[in-house]
Design a protein around this ligand. Structure first.
Ligand SMILES: N[C@@H](CCC(=O)N[C@@H](CS)C(=O)NCC(=O)O)C(=O)O
Length: 298
């Protein structure tokens, strides 16, 4: 670090101290919820509904992976996949309540409690939730070892890659309190490389795991499909010229057209068009009767 002149740093004159201290006023979009420590901040039990599966979530891309999977399972006829989806407002710090931390010690949505097992089973990390549901219901994960492995390859690829898209590119493009060319260039390059990885693979495979639509697609679409639709981080899609990834565009459009994907994207959603927001889901009929536009006029 000694080769870096303080006047070239950002902000100019900044020198890295010997020991980091928490600057609570750093001003980023999520500054009010970010903390350097784990654990609960307050006591709060989680609500429990009537269904076997209790989901505690919000319609971010990580949250949508799971609601898409649950809606796909229900569409296939798996009645045991009925679920209550409770809203966790991460901007208000709900993820730091004691009940939520009991389900996910990492304090991040999505978190799932399966109450159909002899003792309730907690499941956290969106990738782990997808695998759990795929194995529980025997669906959306190829049965043969080769196909299953290819689905896992892409699922783990997504889990490892998306933080560069969201935490890296998205953060510095949209959420940081200033634009830093170095950071934006570094992460834009990486995200374009990732889009090209997907594009080359999807050129000769209908879906990520091959011919079968799987949890790998459900994990990847809310991140890279949304970006391909220019629905992530303002105008990031234009900035990254996402229209040039033709095979990603084909795959994105195909998945976007699935009715279960449309429903899954509405659950626990609290922004955008009120007709597309279903803040909480406790019954399949809620899509008809309990969207935000209907609740407002009830
Ligand atoms: N690796 C985790 C990431 C989950 C995650 O980052 N969730 C975000 C919303 S997309 C969250 O809950 N943020 C709240 C916080 O950081 O306090 C997963 O895939 O489940």
């Amino acid at each position: 670090m000694t080769d870096k002149l303080p006047e070239n740093n950002f902000p100019a004159g900044y020198e890295v101290p010997k020991v980091w201290t928490w600057d609570k006023g750093n001003g980023g979009t999520f500054a009010s919820i970010n903390r350097p420590i784990a654990g609960p901040t307050h006591d709060k039990e989680l609500p429990v509904g009537k269904h076997p599966l209790q989901l505690y979530s919000l319609a971010t891309p990580n949250g949508q992976k799971v609601t898409i999977m649950l809606e796909e399972l229900l569409a296939l006829g798996h009645k045991g996949a009925e679920y209550d989806a409770w809203l966790i407002k991460i901007g208000d710090g709900d993820q730091f309540g004691s009940g939520f931390v009991g389900v996910n010690p990492n304090s991040k949505i999505p978190a799932l409690m399966d109450r159909s097992t002899p003792e309730p089973t907690r499941v956290f990390e969106s990738g782990s939730i997808l695998v759990y549901l795929a194995e529980k219901f025997g669906a959306f994960l190829p049965k043969d070892l080769k196909g299953r492995t290819e689905a896992m390859n892409w699922l783990f690829w997504q889990m490892g890659s998306a933080p560069f898209l969201g935490g890296g590119f998205g953060h510095f493009f949209a959420y940081a309190p200033m634009h830093i060319k170095y950071a934006i260039d570094r992460y834009a390059m990486e995200v374009k490389r990732q889009m090209d990885v997907l594009d080359r693979h999807l050129a000769d495979h209908p879906f990520l795991a091959g011919s079968e639509y799987s949890i790998a697609d459900m994990a990847t679409w809310p991140w890279y499909g949304r970006l391909a639709l220019n629905q992530a981080y303002g105008d990031a899609g234009k900035f990254l010229e996402v229209d040039t990834y033709k095979h990603v565009q084909r795959w994105t459009a195909e998945i976007a057209a699935r009715p279960a994907v449309k429903r899954g994207c509405m659950v626990n959603r609290v922004s955008g068009d009120p007709a597309d927001q279903l803040p909480e889901r406790h019954d399949a009929s809620d899509f008809e009767t309990r969207t935000a536009d209907k609740l407002a006029t009830a």
